[in-house]
Design a protein around this ligand. Structure first.
Ligand SMILES: NC(=O)c1ccc[n+]([C@@H]2O[C@H](COP(=O)([O-])OP(=O)(O)OC[C@H]3O[C@@H](n4cnc5c(N)ncnc54)[C@H](O)[C@@H]3O)[C@@H](O)[C@H]2O)c1
Length: 326
C-alpha cells in the first residue's frame, strides 16, 4: 500500500516536497496544511491534495504515514515532536530549529519515537557533492587541510521569515550557511571550534545578510564558510586542499569536480551523476529508510551537530574577537 504523505507549511519549498512525494515510488501526497488561506487554495488547485488551516486537524483527519514539515524553523520542534509521538515519519526542512535547545528537543523526540526523522539537508544528495565526498573517501587528497564553501547570491529577504530573528534564529548563516557546514560534516567530519562574523550590511532586517565562519574540524582540517543574501553569486565556490592536491567545484549545479594533482601539476575532470536531482534522491532515500528501518544520511545526530556549530558561530560573532591595538 502506498505511504500517505501530508505537508505542513505550503510556501516556497513545499512544491519540491509535494513533487518529491509524487515521484517517489510507493508514496502519495494526500493533504497539506497552512495558516495562509491562499497557500492552501493554491496547493489544492495545483496538486489536488486536501487542504487544512490547522495542521493538528489534518493529522487527526488524514492519519498520514509521513509528514513533510516546511514551515519557518521556530515551528519545527513542536511540529516534528508531535508527529513523531504519533508514530508518523518526519521529513523536516532544515535547519532543525531556530536555536540549539529546539534542535535538542527534536533529537530527544526522535530518540524516543517509533518513526524515522530525516532533516532535509538536501545537498548531501547533490550529485557533485556526492562525487567530491567519494573522491575524498578514496584518498585523492591525502590529508585534507583546508575547505572553502562559499554559497552566495543576491536575494531580498526583507519581509521573509528569514529576516525575523524569532522565526529563523539567524539569516544567511542559519539558512545557507547550515547547508555549507552540513556539507563539511558530510565530507570531512565534525567541527571542533569556530570563529565568525555575521552582520546585516545591505538589507533592512534583523538577521545577517553576510557572514563568514572560520573553523577547525575534529580531524584537523580547517574550514571557511562564506554566505550572504547580499553577496554576488560570482563569489560562490567550493574548494578543498590536501597534501596531494586541490579539489574544486566551480559549476556547483552540474560539476565536473576538478582535481589538481600536486604530483603532475595537471587538472583532471571527474564527471558527476546528475541523472537525478538532490530532491529526487533525498525523497527516495527517506522512503528506503522507512522500508528498511535504517537511519537517514541526514538524521537527528548529524543535523544537531550542524545546528550546534551554527549556534557556536553566532556566539563567536557576538564576542567580536581580539581588538587590534592602536
Ligand atoms: N532544503 C532547501 O534547500 C530549502 C530551500 C528553501 C527553504 N528551505 C527551508 O524550508 C522552510 C520553509 O521555507 P520556505 O522558503 O518554504 O518559507 P515560506 O515562508 O515560503 O513558507 C512557509 C509557510 O509556512 C506557513 N506557516 C507558518 N506558520 C504555520 C503554521 N503554524 N501552520 C501551518 N503553516 C504555517 C506560512 O504561511 C508559509 O506558507 C525553512 O526552514 C527553510 O529554511 C529549505
Amino acid at each position: 500500500m502506498a505511504l500517505r504523505a501530508a505537508i505542513i507549511g505550503l510556501g516556497g519549498i513545499s512544491a519540491a516536497h509535494i513533487g518529491g512525494w509524487k515521484e517517489a515510488e510507493g508514496v502519495e501526497p494526500v493533504a497539506g496544511a497552512d495558516i495562509a488561506e491562499e497557500a492552501v487554495a493554491r496547493a489544492e488547485q495545483q496538486h489536488g491534495i486536501a487542504g487544512y488551516a490547522d495542521w493538528r486537524e489534518m493529522l487527526d483527519a488524514e492519519e498520514p504515514d509521513l509528514v513533510s514539515i516546511c514551515t519557518p524553523p521556530f515551528l519545527h520542534p513542536e511540529m516534528a515532536g508531535e508527529c513523531l509521538e504519533r508514530g508518523v515519519h518526519v521529513m523536516c526542512e532544515k535547519p532543525m530549529a531556530a536555536d540549539v535547545p529546539g534542535a535538542e528537543q527534536m533529537a530527544a523526540a526522535a530518540a524516543d519515537a517509533d518513526a524515522i526523522l530525516q532533516i532535509a539537508y538536501c545537498h548531501r544528495f547533490h550529485g557533485p557533492a556526492m562525487r567530491m565526498k567519494q573522491l575524498i573517501d578514496d584518498g585523492i587528497l591525502g590529508r585534507p587541510v583546508f575547505f572553502r564553501g562559499a554559497f552566495c547570491g543576491l536575494s531580498n529577504m526583507e519581509g521573509n521569515h528569514r529576516g525575523v530573528m524569532a522565526q529563523a534564529g539567524g539569516g544567511a548563516l542559519m539558512d545557507n550557511g547550515s547547508h555549507a557546514v552540513d556539507l563539511y560534516q558530510y565530507m570531512l567530519g565534525r567541527i571542533a571550534n569556530v570563529s565568525c562574523r555575521a552582520g546585516t550590511f545591505l538589507q533592512d532586517m534583523e538577521t545577517d545578510d553576510v557572514a563568514v565562519m572560520l573553523f577547525e574540524g575534529e580531524a584537523g582540517c580547517y574550514g571557511e564558510v562564506l554566505v550572504g543574501y547580499s553577496m554576488p553569486p560570482q563569489f560562490t565556490e567550493w574548494r578543498i586542499a590536501g597534501e596531494k592536491g586541490v579539489l574544486a567545484l566551480e559549476n556547483y549545479m552540474a560539476g565536473p569536480v576538478r582535481f589538481w594533482s600536486a604530483e603532475t601539476d595537471e587538472w583532471t575532470d571527474h564527471e558527476c551523476d546528475t541523472s537525478r536531482s538532490r530532491f529526487q534522491r533525498q525523497f527516495a532515500h527517506f522512503v528506503e529508510c522507512i522500508r528498511e528501518g535504517t537511519q537517514p544520511r541526514s538524521n537527528a545526530e548529524t543535523a544537531l551537530h550542524t545546528q550546534r556549530a551554527i549556534g557556536a558561530a553566532y556566539e563567536a560573532s557576538r564576542r567580536k574577537g581580539v581588538t587590534v591595538p592602536v
